[in-house]
Ligand binder design. Structure first.
Ligand code: NAD
Length: 473
């Protein structure tokens, strides 16, 4: 048995412990999921939709307890409530869309006479979901929900860094008897995650690039599909003539939301040299208007670092940048309070691509700003990265913004906003570029269809070909 402890991010105290699921336990849980999957897939889609809506209802009943536990796990309160709400709405949204997306397609062949086809969708079986600590609830369900509606059962392994929300979540799931074996949760770290991959039929992972490689290797050994949603270094590009106040507000919001611990946070800003100083000043003013979220969890704007080691990564990137000539315009200091670690909204100027701050994921509330002299140079800088999750463009003319967005190597680009892709993502599809992920779209119709095998039934209404004259055909 491996005993794991979790730190409270607001106090730095290790005040919660749990047993990691052993390899044998994971195997058992997946076996239960596999047994349940047969009936779940064989049931009607209407049944699955009804049960998933019951799951959403259970989130209302257990919502307060899940929110409270998530708040202790992450040190932030408002976003914990948003997470539970988001899963509630995503459940209803996917349930409403599923009948249209999963409808069987059939018809005559367009190229072979007398033949018609039925396109069937067959669920993979048991889907393993491995999620990170930055949005423990949303990232445990964002991929599980479409997989479930498509007829798979799921086994979720949340991050060991944020384990407290699992207790009330498991109770919520248990309150819907139809979900027995359909949604399971196992707790633990890397070893439990590896055991999960060794037993499931498909794995979907959200987390860092280094762990993503290990997941892909383990999935390759099993020859099972794996979908990876990995890190980002999202850029915003600000053109001359853009509404700088709007750009600054939106960039700051994106960069500091959840203390910057967001895969699609804006972590780099490229601005036309002619408006550089004005934008930096506005970013500074807006950052300075924000406060740290203590002493009370209900006060202030920016929460603590969820994972204490993350604070050190952010500080070391800032030190590296300053040693290479960067200027911290505002913020940049680690602040400790009662054992938690915070950082105020930070703006950094005089940066370039020799600095880790501009090339590696930061995961902190930091906005480095670099100037460009031509739009082509701006686009080149945006694309000079191994990442490609999403990004943003601010322009006076929305068509010009659209043109620049099309040139950016990213799966989703907001124009005159930093948050738009999040709002439309149940409809539009979005693939990561570069090392930010592989394995199809997490959004739009594609997200449900990636959890089914497409099976073709080909029906010949005419004659079979004769055996004679085979050589002459
Ligand atoms: P992480 O990679 O350290 O861990 C993620 C999960 O993988 C955890 O549950 C962990 O226990 C598990 N794990 C670790 N090693 C494993 C192994 N060898 N085998 C199997 N499982 C293993 O990520 P993190 O630090 O928890 O999360 C932050 C990262 O997640 C950032 O890089 C962030 O950009 C990324 N992220 C990406 C998205 C996206 O949609 N692309 C969303 C949120 C976060």
């Amino acid at each position: 048995m491996t005993h794991l402890n979790a730190i409270n991010p607001r106090t730095g105290v290790s005040d919660y412990s749990f047993e990691a699921a052993s390899v044998a336990q994971v195997k058992q849980v997946v076996q239960t999921g596999r047994a349940a999957q047969k009936a779940w897939a064989a049931s009607s889609l209407e049944h699955r939709v009804r049960v998933m809506n019951l799951f959403a209802d259970s989130l209302v009943v257990f919502g307060d307890r899940i929110r409270e536990a998530l708040t202790i796990d992450t040190g932030r309160k408002k976003i914990s409530a948003e997470e539970v709400d988001a899963v509630f709405h995503m459940t209803h949204g996917h349930a409403a869309n599923a009948p249209k997306i999963l409808a069987e397609v059939s018809g005559p062949s367009s190229n072979v006479a007398d033949v018609d086809f039925i396109q069937q969708y067959v669920a993979y079986g048991v889907v393993g979901v491995i999620s990170p600590w930055n949005f423990p609830m949303v990232l445990s369900f964002i991929d599980a929900l479409p997989a479930l509606l498509a007829g798979n059962t799921v086994v979720i392994k949340p991050s060991e860094v944020t384990p407290r929300f699992v207790d009330p979540l498991v109770e919520a799931i248990a309150s819907v008897p139809e979900l027995a074996g359909v949604i399971s949760v196992v707790r633990g770290g890397a070893e439990t995650g590896q055991a999960l991959i060794e037993n499931v039929d498909l794995v979907v992972f959200t987390g860092s690039i280094p762990t993503g490689r290990k997941i892909a290797e383990a999935a390759a050994r099993q020859l099972i599909p794996c979908f990876l949603e990995l890190g980002g270094k999202d850029a915003a590009i600000v053109l001359e003539g853009a509404d700088l106040d709007r750009a600054a507000t939106s960039i700051v919001r994106s960069a500091v939301y959840n203390t910057g611990q967001v895969c699609y946070a804006i972590e780099r800003v490229y601005v036309d040299a002619k408006v550089h100083d004005e934008l930096v000043q506005k970013l500074q003013e807006k950052c300075d208007s924000l406060t740290l979220n203590f002493p009370s969890v209900s006060s202030g704007d920016i929460g603590p670092f969820i994972f204490p080691q993350q604070a050190q990564i952010v500080a070391s990137q800032l030190n590296d940048a300053v040693s290479k000539g960067a200027r911290i315009v505002t913020g940049g200091e680690l602040v400790t309070h009662d054992g938690g670690t915070w950082m105020g909204a930070t703006v950094v100027a005089n940066v370039d691509h020799s600095m880790a701050l501009m090339t590696e994921e930061t995961f902190g509330p930091v906005i480095p700003v670099m100037r460009f002299s031509t739009e082509a140079e701006g686009v080149e800088l945006v694309n000079d990265t191994v990442f490609g999750l999403s990004g943003a463009v601010f322009a006076k003319d929305i068509e010009k913004g659209t043109e620049i967005a099309s040139l950016m190597n990213a799966g989703g680009v907001s124009i005159n906003d930093t948050e738009l892709p999040r709002a439309i993502t149940l409809d539009a599809e979005k693939n990561a570029f570069g090392q930010s992920g592989i394995g199809g779209s997490r959004y739009g119709a594609g997200t449900m269809l990636r959890y089914v095998r497409k099976k073709a039934l080909i029906r010949n209404h005419g004659e079979v070909k004769p055996l004679t004259a085979l050589a002459e055909e």
